[in-house]
Design a protein around this ligand. Structure first.
Ligand SMILES: CC(C)(COP(=O)(O)O)[C@@H](O)C(=O)NCCC(=O)NCCSC(=O)CCC(=O)O
Ligand code: A3P
Ligand code: MG
Length: 391
């Protein structure tokens, strides 16, 4: 069914925000980050949300039976909801082989995100038939909380199944059958979608055959009412941390944590929500909304390099997603360009004057909403003691 396409691979990632015990924090929740191994071919040593490449097993028609055996009525309504929720970005709406189209891709990529999270950090987001009420996405008016549910399979089975699922994704179906449970797809909000830029893929693969190192990634968000036990796998991931969004950004700016632009962009969106309950309410407003794909377009100007995102005045009408054309060249200095084209959704990577990466918030400029009505990232980090953006 080709989750490995000609130009990129399809993947899913899960942002987990859990209610914090530390009431002294400015933000009432903490976000889970996993540091990737230095041996990883893609984004080595960077901190990311748990996630990875989609497998055929995530799209298996066997999931139909697994879900309907838990609660046929809820599965029927959930299936109906996802089948008519509106056209999402291409990775959700594209045609697949019939065998892999039996469950909606909105369900399959949620299964992928939940499976990868279980493999990489041991958080198991599942519901069993004993969990009396599944909050139905389709009945938003009746739902006031959409927090995730952690499954319990007993300590002795836990690591055995984690290992099995890591080796073979079809084992996730077997595990759900064995313990009479289903992935808690209902608690995952579709949050964003990022397609890796061509230049990044070329850099990390070392060749022009960058398709293995490009990902069309569905980002989901799951809220938890308490911080669960979690341990990194010590293979693909070497460190695990929970941090409030402001501390994560601060750590990044102080070079204590290395983050890539998509993760920075997403964490800066969270800076809009101080309380996890505000975040929950925002998620409930997005139940019937779809995200648009974020395809970053690098641009070179007289004194620097920056990345353009959709909605920016300079974002191309027909972005070069296959990398056939050269880099976008824009004449003028960064300062001139920021003033001449005032609708910003851009990230300044380098300025030639200082011959180093920008630090502080001046890096990241966003003052436009995108087509999907999502919140925009907070870019003025002066409340963290960082200098204000200047041009
Ligand atoms: C796709 C992943 C979940 C990792 O998959 P794996 O199988 O290796 O575990 C993860 O990489 C991910 O979350 N990707 C989505 C974001 C992405 O593609 N990042 C690339 C960042 S680089 C960038 O945006 C431009 C910056 C630059 O240096 O030019
Ligand atoms: N011990 C380890 N150290 C570094 N990378 C590892 C690893 N074990 C697995 N991986 C890499 O993690 C990726 C699988 O991640 P996921 O399951 O999240 O999709 C694979 O990358 P490639 O797909 O680039 O080969 C695999 O090579
Ligand atoms: Mg991974």
């Amino acid at each position: 069914m080709a989750t490995i396409l000609k130009h990129w691979r399809e993947a899913a990632t899960l942002i987990i925000a859990a209610k914090s015990k530390n009431i002294a924090n400015r933000y009432s929740y903490e976000i889970l980050m996993l540091k990737r191994s230095g041996k990883s071919k893609f984004m080595p040593s960077l901190s990311v949300f748990p996630g990875g490449v989609a497998e055929e097993a995530d799209f298996s028609p066997e999931w139909m039976d697994v879900f309907s055996s838990i609660d046929n009525d809820i599965w029927t309504r959930t299936f109906a909801h996802f089948s008519k929720v509106g056209q999402g970005p291409p990775m959700f709406s594209r045609q697949r082989d019939e065998h892999f189209s039996k469950i909606p891709s909105e369900v399959a990529f949620r299964i992928c995100a939940i499976r990868e999270t279980f493999e990489e950090c041991g958080i198991l987001l599942t519901r069993s038939s004993n969990d009396n009420k599944i909050n139905l996405l389709t009945e938003a008016s009746n739902v006031s909380k959409n927090y995730g549910k952690i499954g319990n399979i007993g300590i002795s089975d836990f690591e055995i199944w984690r290992e099995k699922v890591d080796k073979d994704a079809t084992q996730f179906i077997k595990m759900c059958q064995e313990f009479n449970m289903v992935p808690d797809i209902w608690s995952l909000t579709e949050w964003s979608n990022w397609l890796t830029p061509v230049t990044v893929a070329r850099r990390s693969s070392g060749t022009d055959e960058g398709s293995k190192r490009r990902y069309d990634t569905a980002f989901f968000l799951c809220l938890l009412d308490t911080i669960p036990d979690a341990v990194h796998d010590d293979k693909e991931t070497v460190h695990l941390q929970w941090s409030p969004p402001d501390e994560l950004i601060k750590s990044h700016l102080e070079s204590k944590v290395k983050l890539a632009p998509p993760q920075i962009y997403e964490i800066c969106r969270f800076l809009n929500f101080k309380d996890i309950e505000e975040l929950n309410e925002f998620c409930l407003t997005r139940i019937n909304k779809r995200v648009t794909r974020n395809f970053p377009v690098p641009a070179v100007c007289d004194d620097g390099i920056f990345i353009l995102y959709p909605g920016d005045d300079l974002y191309p009408e027909d972005p070069d997603i296959y990398g056939a054309k050269g880099p976008l060249i824009i004449s003028g200095t960064l300062r001139e360009i920021h003033q001449k084209y005032p609708h910003h959704n851009r990230y300044v990577l380098k300025d030639k004057e200082s011959h180093r990466d920008f630090i502080y918030d001046v890096k990241f400029l966003c003052n436009v909403t995108q087509g999907d009505e999502h919140v925009i990232p907070v870019t003025d980090l002066s409340f963290l003691g960082m200098p204000r953006a200047r041009f």
